[in-house]
Design a protein around this ligand. Structure first.
Ligand SMILES: Nc1ncnc2c1ncn2[C@@H]1O[C@H](COP(=O)(O)OP(=O)(O)OP(=O)(O)O)[C@@H](O)[C@H]1O
Ligand SMILES: [Mg+2]
Length: 256
């Protein structure tokens, strides 16, 4: 069951693979193009709020409340950000990831609410570094999945494990799910290992599926530190340039 509002999931079971950096920055790019974006932070680390400079108050409603016995209406937990067209469904930092139950459709059902489908053009979901029920909820609701990876050997293994889960979901509960692409991040072309790993990913998953990467750029980490997407923090940086190009590519791919 994918939702009626388009949903893009950013995932990799490996920690530190650039998921949140990609989620926040791509959300900001789409919002700048006039799309009404809802960024959903399924990772209780709560880094999307940090990256967007959204201050959380104690006991604030959060996306993880849909997994409790008295689930909330999502629209009541949506927070404004300082960026036009960009809204956040924040994480609950106290949520234990093992407490999401067995129902893989909670999120799809919650997103199907008219109050959400009428207000947003695209939902982007940032996921925790795990292959658990939270990820299955995200994938069950999704139309597309984008997989950022750091081009080193352990990361390739993480991508392979994730792809096995993706194929299971596609051949079962969500046949409409499409793998939008594999996105190398923190890349440096002069590093031979980076080229080799991306060649491996290309060989295994097909050249069309491997997108132009996001180069290593300290501005991306600094932007997080000040709670802004890189397009606002350092508009002339490599990071800003790469995310603008990625947004254009993704919009084309999502039209197909
Ligand atoms: N292209 C890049 N250049 C430089 N630093 C980057 C780049 N992309 C991400 N980073 C930095 O790498 C670290 C990990 O990135 P990020 O938090 O986005 O990964 P993640 O996959 O969301 O991690 P987790 O699995 O813990 O949620 C962060 O400190 C981030 O600022
Ligand atoms: Mg993250």
């Amino acid at each position: 069951m994918s939702c009626s509002v388009p949903v893009l999931v950013i995932t990799n079971r490996k920690g530190g693979a650039g998921k949140t950096t990609v989620s926040v920055n791509i959300a900001a790019e789409f919002a700048a193009k006039g799309q009404r974006i809802l960024l959903v932070d399924l990772d209780s680390q709560g880094h999307c709020a940090v990256g967007l400079g959204v201050k959380m108050s104690a006991g604030q409603a959060a996306i993880h409340d849909i997994f409790t016995s008295s689930p909330l209406r999502l629209i009541d937990a949506v927070c404004e950000t300082t960026i036009n067209n960009l809204f956040l469904l924040p994480a609950n930092p106290a949520f234990q990831h093992g407490n999401s139950g067995n129902d893989e459709q909670c999120l799809a059902r919650a997103l199907a609410d008219k109050a959400i489908t009428a207000q947003f053009d695209l939902v982007i979901i940032d996921t925790p570094p795990s292959l658990d029920n939270l990820l299955l909820n995200a994938l069950s609701a999704a139309h597309w999945v984008l997989v950022p990876y750091v081009p080193h050997p352990l990361s390739f293994e993480g991508v392979r494990q994730l792809v096995r889960v993706l194929f299971k979901v596609i051949s079962g509960r969500n046949p409409k799910l499409k793998i939008l692409g594999f996105l190398p991040v923190m890349t440096a072309n002069h590093v031979r290992q980076h080229r080799q790993i991306t060649e491996q990913v290309t060989k295994q998953f097909g050249a069309l599926r491997v997108l132009n990467g996001i180069r290593a750029d300290i501005k991306l980490a600094e932007a997080f530190g000040v709670g802004k997407p890189v397009r606002l923090y350092a508009p002339k940086s490599r990071g800003a340039e790469d995310f603008a190009e990625l947004a254009t590519t993704l919009i084309q791919l999502m039209k197909k």
